[in-house]
Design a protein around this ligand. Sequence first.
Ligand SMILES: NC(=O)c1ccc[n+]([C@@H]2O[C@H](COP(=O)([O-])OP(=O)(O)OC[C@H]3O[C@@H](n4cnc5c(N)ncnc54)[C@H](OP(=O)(O)O)[C@@H]3O)[C@@H](O)[C@H]2O)c1
Length: 283
Amino acid sequence: MSTKVFYITGTSSGFGRDLVLDLNQRGHKVIATARSLHKIEDLAKLDNVKIQQLDVTDKPAILQQKIDEAITFFGKIDALVNNAGYSQTGCFEELTDAEIRKVYDTNVFGTVNLTKAILPHFRSTETESTICTITSLGGTVSFPVCSAYTSSKFALEGFFEALDGELKMSQQPVKVLIVAPGAFRTEFMGNIQKSKEDIDAYKPVKDYIDTSFKQFSVTGGVPKIGAKLMADAMLKEGSAEGKEIPLRLPIGSDAAKYMLDKFKRESEVCEAWKPYAAEADAQ
Ligand SMILES: NC(=O)c1ccc[n+]([C@@H]2O[C@H](COP(=O)([O-])OP(=O)(O)OC[C@H]3O[C@@H](n4cnc5c(N)ncnc54)[C@H](OP(=O)(O)O)[C@@H]3O)[C@@H](O)[C@H]2O)c1
């Protein structure tokens, strides 16, 4: 096994932290990053783990400095894991411009800017590098009260699907992987930001969603297992050994089911409306 160097965002809790531990146990080197270094000081005590302060919403020039510094820790980076993210809830009409922009700053612009900062390094290496971006089942299917969050994940899906095409067409040795988890029992639910505005007319929607969210603390997947499956996919080991890894991978049977249901529904609609669509073709 060749030792790889992973750079992971948002490792203070959840998938990020579990990925650091999983990859470290497999013998790989990890640069674990977090907004507050004190939250990940324990990780620095592990052999082959370095820590770095990183807020993905920092300006692109700062993100570039962080990546340049991180490359010096182990002499290279083989894989970037875009994990940092959070959810902003609230009905469409309640969400303020500031609330929507803030979640996009982290989930979308932070992820895109950091990825841009590392691409020249990946292009300069001879071995294949990996960019793994954690979106969500909500990157394919949107839900009431989750428009700000799910639309940010839809945006990531669009960015990374296009990047994958660009890297393949230009034969750059970088594998793009989009990981779409369903509900998992990380700190995610506790870190949700709720909209400040509250419009009474939407109360039934919010009551329904509050009840569903509460169930996730029981039905949600185990984060360590989710992290293991992500590591398996990046390394083509364990459950992913010998398999061709697709661009987009659901993690959790809820993710697979919701995504499949939507693809089926949409493909039936496209099939039924194909003649209508074709009426617009050039004559
Ligand atoms: N758990 C789920 O059910 C679920 C489902 C689908 C997708 N996801 C996705 O999985 C990823 C990881 O979330 P999680 O479930 O592990 O939740 P989590 O335990 O809340 O972890 C989120 C991590 O992101 C970090 N973060 C937030 N804003 C940041 C910023 N501006 N810069 C750097 N780090 C930042 C947090 O750090 P701080 O300690 O500094 O806040 C934390 O370490 C997220 O992208 C999330 O959208 C989760």
